[in-house]
Design a protein around this ligand. Structure first.
Ligand SMILES: NC(=O)C1=CN([C@@H]2O[C@H](COP(=O)(O)OP(=O)(O)OC[C@H]3O[C@@H](n4cnc5c(N)ncnc54)[C@H](OP(=O)(O)O)[C@@H]3O)[C@@H](O)[C@H]2O)C=CC1
Ligand SMILES: O=C(CO)COP(=O)(O)O
Ligand SMILES: [Zn+2]
Length: 348
């Protein structure tokens, strides 16, 4: 008997474009949400867009978080309970958006995503990624009911945040390779639709790389749409597998070993150069990934990331321990292998 079933959760209203931030209230009205809106944000986004967001709702409350942690999630849950929040609005980069997503899932209330940076593909995904001690939890959470990505606002963010978003998308190439490998070797469920969408998203971004330039609002448009598409791939898969493989394990380890040195997207980009080398060897496509990253001003070396050679090697050799996700790193690679891949690709 055929017993498979699938439940894909996607956002209902997605607004991307110049000035759409001022249509946030309208986009939310359409969702028939009720109760007090709680805006979950962090210091910079609050300063840049807090008033414009809060001003579109009657009686909105605000909570500011500084760190991606379960403690922050608990603080947001407490603030929501105190004001009896009807729904949460995540305003900012990946940190406040993920925290708001996880808190609203816990509270069973709606969530609206308002990114201030095109820096990661959690803008629209049904995943929340929070570190805890030596591990990282990437948990299912309902995706946003609405996403409002104002390209005027995104384009004013530091250029590095946009190149980080590009690199997060470029890393989809290796994430999908890892996913297929895990399917072949460990029978991990693979979705052809999600895998194809994720790869096509990376392909289109690289194809449009010529239009991704500092100071050009069109760049934010291209990147924001790619981030949406990648987030949808994760929603279809019901996991972050289409967009997160060994290059993400490497980045999550770097977050522990060398915290705050580089952006998530930049770390996964450099990780992707090396894991592509592990997948396809010296003559493989790792140089294409490096060139794609270099072409949009994203880091390609340890130096660019601001981390040491030793930290890269440590992250590579220990990345497999951070979570139960089979990748090209298998049960771990030796220090010699890590030094070889990092040297051969020019990362160190
Ligand atoms: N759930 C998912 O599927 C995914 C989740 N992620 C997660 O997202 C996080 C990475 O996202 P990222 O955006 O890099 O992290 P942050 O939210 O920490 O943002 C990076 C920095 O940019 C600042 N910032 C944000 N917007 C602006 C702006 N418009 N102008 C100037 N500065 C700005 C932030 O300020 P401030 O410090 O004040 O916030 C912060 O210092 C990671 O925790 C990662 O795990 C990434 C990909 C997918
Ligand atoms: O960063 C992500 C996808 O780009 C989310 O992946 P994780 O599940 O590794 O946190
Ligand atoms: Zn990512």
């Amino acid at each position: 008997m055929f017993e498979k079933s699938t439940w894909i959760k996607l956002p209902r209203n997605v607004l991307v474009g110049h000035g759409v931030l001022d249509r946030l209230g309208e986009a939310v009205d359409e969702l028939y949400l009720s109760g007090t809106p709680l805006v979950v944000t962090s210091p910079t986004p609050m300063r840049l867009a807090g008033d414009r967001v809060v001003g579109q709702f009657d009686g909105a409350e605000t909570v500011t978080v500084e760190k991606a942690s379960f403690e922050s999630v608990e603080r947001v849950v407490a603030a929501a309970e105190e004001c009896d929040a009807g729904f949460l609005v995540g305003l900012g980069g990946g940190k406040p958006v993920d925290i708001a997503k996880m808190a609203s899932d816990h509270l069973g209330v709606g969530f609206v995503s308002v990114p201030t940076a095109a820096s990661h593909d959690g803008i629209v995904s049904g995943r929340s990624s929070i570190p805890e001690g030596d591990t990282r939890h990437s948990v299912a959470a309902d995706p946003p009911l609405a996403v409002v990505a104002d390209t005027e606002l995104l384009a004013k963010a530091p250029w590095e945040l946009t190149t980080a978003g590009c690199a997060d998308i470029i890393s989809n190439y290796t994430a999908v390779k890892d996913w297929r490998l895990a399917n072949r070797l460990k029978n991990v469920e693979y979705s052809e639709y999600a895998g194809a969408l994720s790869e096509m998203t990376a392909e289109m971004l690289v194809g449009n790389a010529g239009s991704i330039k500092k100071g050009l609002e069109e760049s934010s448009w291209i990147v924001a749409k790619a981030l949406m598409s990648s987030g949808v791939a994760m929603s279809i898969a019901g996991s972050s597998r289409p967009a997160s493989g060994a290059e993400h394990l490497f980045s999550h380890q770097l977050d522990r070993i060398a915290p705050g040195k580089a952006l998530h997207g930049h770390q996964v980009g450099v990780g992707s150069i090396m894991t592509e080398f592990l997948h396809s060897g010296e003559k493989g496509q790792w140089a294409d990934i490096r060139n794609a990253l270099a072409g949009i001003d994203a880091p390609t070396t340890a130096d660019d990331l601001g981390v040491t050679d030793e930290e890269v090697v440590e992250a590579l050799t220990t990345a497999h321990t951070i979570r139960d996700r089979y990748t090209i790193l298998g049960d771990g690679i030796t220090e010699e292998a890590a030094v070889h891949v990092a040297t051969a690709t020019g990362v160190i």
